[in-house]
Structure formats: structure tokens, C-alpha cells
Design a protein around this ligand. Structure first.
Ligand SMILES: Nc1ncnc2c1ncn2[C@@H]1O[C@H](COP(=O)(O)OP(=O)(O)OP(=O)(O)O)[C@@H](O)[C@H]1O
Ligand code: SF4
Ligand SMILES: [Mg+2]
Length: 344
């Protein structure tokens, strides 16, 4: 087993070497391709959490969509509870994908504005009742159960339309709808970024609680380190750059002790609480902005890295363990730097 592969241990969701290439959009890049994912390995334990962070366009949503069966992948393998979906015919694969539900950032566009919450939940529950041989009376009971699980009062929300609810309530309805299929995993893609700040923590807390109450795994996709830290505190954090995992390990370890210069740049950008914190002494910024035309030769971060050498520009570093720790990085010159803010 290479350092970058992960052991499935039987349960949970595992990806190995997931590759996805798109035809580039727009006139300037017409005819070229975008490598959205370049051989990504990951593991989400059953009932566990994993977070993916990285800047815009690094491939986070593509990975989430692949997991939820909304996008095909070009190469690699994906397995759920030890079953390799890649080798299954579509008909047998789809039921697995249906149990991996995506929670998008905009709860309003995810819900049909012309239907009440009652109707929104009745459709998938009717299907579920048919699939599992349950009587019709089960549907109304389960409707109330899933609403209670997400902290909504059934009597208040069932007759209402999405526009009559707050953003936080709408996102809870989206999560309740996802629970109707007894999901294996929720893929939360920037799930709180469009919700009023005052309601965000409640949604994040709910996602954390659901891992315990219904045993669902959560893959959290974000470019906000603080939310990744909250939701995935006991899981792994994956730092993704231009479709490649460049650092990975226990969330707290990566945040407190990143060794890859890109992770260090990301963490250096977190605002400092004035009067309470001072910036880390070694804060870094990339030497260049991200560009569509950056070279694929050598380390993918070389054009922007303050520490790049000639070797970095020609040779690609592989994801490898940092010493004998659970932390992995893809850098020839990993080094601890004090980038996160410290108490004043
Ligand atoms: N359907 C598509 N056709 C062409 N290119 C695509 C398509 N979907 C994604 N891409 C490209 O693949 C890359 C990864 O996109 P993706 O949406 O996964 O990034 P992201 O990390 O989710 O970004 P953001 O933080 O902005 O949501 C980007 O370069 C994007 O332009
Ligand atoms: S391999 Fe070189 S260019 Fe890449 S992150 Fe490390 S020091 Fe920077
Ligand atoms: Mg995205």
C-alpha cells in the first residue's frame, strides 16, 4: 500500500485514485481540458467526518458530485461499505448513490417553491415506503420523525412553502429530505455559506449531532477553515489544490501544525481577532495569484510557492507520511511554521 492510499477497514466510503477531467468552458480556454481531480484518495469512516478545504476551483464540488452519483469519474475506484461501485452495473450502483445525499449551499434553489414542506417530504417517503414494504401510514409518522431530527416543529412547517421559512429552516428541510432515504452519508457543500451568520452555528451543530443520532457520515466541503474545524474536529482534514490532495491528517493536527506551504498560505489568510490575537510569526502569502494557465510540470504549487526550487519545477512530490505521524503532505521541503494566530 502506498503512503497515499488508505485502508477501507470494511465500513464507510472510500475513494482511490479518483480522476475527473472536463472540457474547459469559455472562449479563451476552448479546446483545452481542466483536470478537476487528479487521483484523489480519501476515506470517510461510517458515522465519521472528513472535511475538504481549498480555494475556488480546486475540485471540491466535483468530488462531492461524484460521491453523490451526480457526476461520473474517469478513473479510480469508489467503494461503500466494502462494495466497489466502479465494477457494478448502473442499475446496481444507483441505490448506493441514492444513500449519499448532497446538501447544497443554496437551500432555496434546492427546494421546489411551489410545493409545501409536506409535499416535499411525501414524495421521497412514498418511494421509500414502496422500496421497504412499509404501509402508507408510516409516511406521515416518518415525516414527523425526520422533521424532529432536524429540529423543526412539524405542525409549524408542514403546511408552509419554502419562501415562508427562514434560510436556516429551509436548510433544515433540505437535510430532513435527505434523511428520508436513510442516508449513508451527507455531502455538505458550503452548506452554511448562504445562511444568515446568526443561524450558521445551529446548522453546523445539527450536522454534528446527526452523526451520532442517525449514524450518518458527513463529508464537509468548504473554503472556511473555522467551519471545517468545528464539523470535522474528530475526522481528517484534506487540503486540496488544483485537483490534488497536498496535505491530509487529523483536523486539529493540520490546523495547528501544517507543514505544506499551500496549507500554510490558506491558514495565514484567516483574519486575526484584534486585541485578542496576534498573527503567527511565519505567515505566508503565495507569490502569485492563481491562474488558469499555471503549469502542470513539477509541483502544482511551484509557480506560487515562496520556497520553490528547480527540483520543485520539474518533479512532482508524492503524498507521503510526515515522519511516522498520521499527517501526510506532498512537498519536498515540509517545514513547521507558525502561521495560525496566537493569543495576544
Ligand atoms: N461541468 C463542468 N464543465 C467544465 N468545467 C468544469 C465543470 N465543473 C467544474 N469544472 C471545472 O473544474 C474545476 C473544479 O471545479 P469545482 O466546482 O469542483 O471547484 P470548487 O472547489 O467546488 O470551487 P468553488 O469553491 O468555487 O465552489 C474548475 O476549474 C471548474 O471550472
Ligand atoms: S514541493 Fe517545492 S514548490 Fe511544492 S510546495 Fe513544496 S517547496 Fe513549494
Ligand atoms: Mg464548489
Amino acid at each position: 500500500m502506498s503512503a497515499s492510499t488508505v485502508d477501507s477497514g470494511g465500513g464507510g466510503i472510500q475513494g482511490r485514485g479518483i480522476v475527473k477531467t472536463f472540457k474547459a468552458r469559455g472562449n479563451v480556454l476552448a479546446g483545452s481540458t481542466v483536470q478537476a481531480l487528479r487521483g484523489v484518495d480519501f476515506q470517510i469512516p461510517a458515522g465519521g467526518a472528513a472535511s475538504f478545504i481549498g480555494e475556488s476551483g480546486c475540485g471540491k464540488t466535483t468530488l462531492g458530485r461524484i460521491l453523490a452519483g451526480l457526476e461520473d469519474y474517469d478513473a479510480g475506484t469508489l467503494s461503500v461499505n466494502g462494495v466497489d461501485l466502479t465494477s457494478l452495473p448502473k442499475r446496481k450502483r444507483d441505490p448506493y448513490f441514492r444513500r449519499i445525499q448532497m446538501i447544497h449551499q443554496d437551500p432555496y434553489s434546492a427546494l421546489n417553491p411551489t410545493r409545501t414542506v409536506d409535499a416535499i417530504l411525501t414524495d421521497p417517503l412514498t418511494l421509500r415506503a414502496r422500496q421497504t414494504g412499509r404501509p402508507k401510514s408510516w409516511i406521515a409518522k416518518r415525516q414527523r420523525e425526520v422533521l424532529s431530527l432536524v429540529g423543526l416543529e412539524p405542525e409549524y412547517v408542514l403546511s408552509r412553502y419554502p419562501h415562508q421559512l427562514s434560510g436556516g429552516m429551509r436548510q433544515r428541510v433540505v437535510i430532513a429530505r435527505a434523511l428520508t432515504v436513510d442516508p449513508e452519508a451527507l455531502v455538505a457543500d458550503e452548506a452554511v455559506s448562504m445562511i444568515d451568520v446568526s443561524l450558521r452555528l445551529g446548522i453546523l451543530r445539527l450536522l454534528r449531532e446527526l452523526r451520532e443520532t442517525v449514524g450518518v457520515s458527513v463529508l464537509f466541503i468548504t473554503h472556511d477553515v473555522a467551519t471545517a474545524r468545528y464539523i470535522g474536529a474528530d475526522g481528517d482534514l484534506y487540503v486540496i489544490y488544483r485537483g490534488e490532495i497536498i496535505e491530509r491528517g487529523p483536523t486539529e493536527t493540520i490546523i495547528a501544525n501544517p507543514v505544506h506551504p499551500y496549507t500554510q498560505c490558506l491558514l495565514s489568510a484567516i483574519p486575526v481577532l484584534h486585541g485578542l490575537e496576534v498573527p503567527g510569526a511565519d505567515r505566508l502569502t503565495p507569490t502569485e495569484p492563481l491562474a488558469d494557465t499555471q503549469s502542470d510540470a513539477g509541483c502544482l504549487f511551484a509557480a506560487r510557492c515562496p520556497f520553490a526550487t528547480d527540483r520543485c519545477r520539474t518533479e512532482r512530490p508524492e503524498l507521503a507520511h510526515h515522519g511516522d505521524t498520521a499527517q501526510l503532505h506532498a512537498c519536498f521541503y515540509p517545514e513547521q511554521r507558525q502561521v495560525v494566530a496566537v493569543s495576544a
